[in-house]
Design a protein. Sequence first.
Length: 171
Amino acid sequence: MDFWNYSIGNHRFASGGKIFREWLRNHLITVIIWAIALPACVGDGIGLNEYGEPVDSSGVAVSIPLAPTLESIQTNIFSAVCAVKCHRSPTPKKNLNLEAGKTYENLVDVPSVEIPSVKRVMPGDADNSYLIWKLEGREGIRNKRMPLNLPALSTEKIEAIKAWINEGAAQ
């Protein structure tokens, strides 16, 4: 392909540049905004652990208050760990979207995709909730422990999720 003669969709870019100059003039603001905004979205990861949680200057995780409520679990676990890469729109893994505002309807009283006879979250019964099985890596789960390719969640985090479920998994 000749670098100066190519098409993108309905736009033809030819040497001489007339079409390209017209396209650039029509899209210049968008190009400038992306050129300025995109670098602002990228961090170097300094001050964060493998879950994207803040750490102090010695690398020790900074304690974030965690309560057995969906709001707290959403903020500290689902949004911070699960929905970062895998369980998010547009194509969440295992059809399990854990983004804020989507978690409850995708977890509570919903059959798991891997073992449909077991609900992802059975309100009042953490021990029979597939979410807990996956987080703990219990025998009998299909595939691997979650979060995939990351260290297991801390006991404190899993206990908060269990407490939320055992207290009825309120929205």
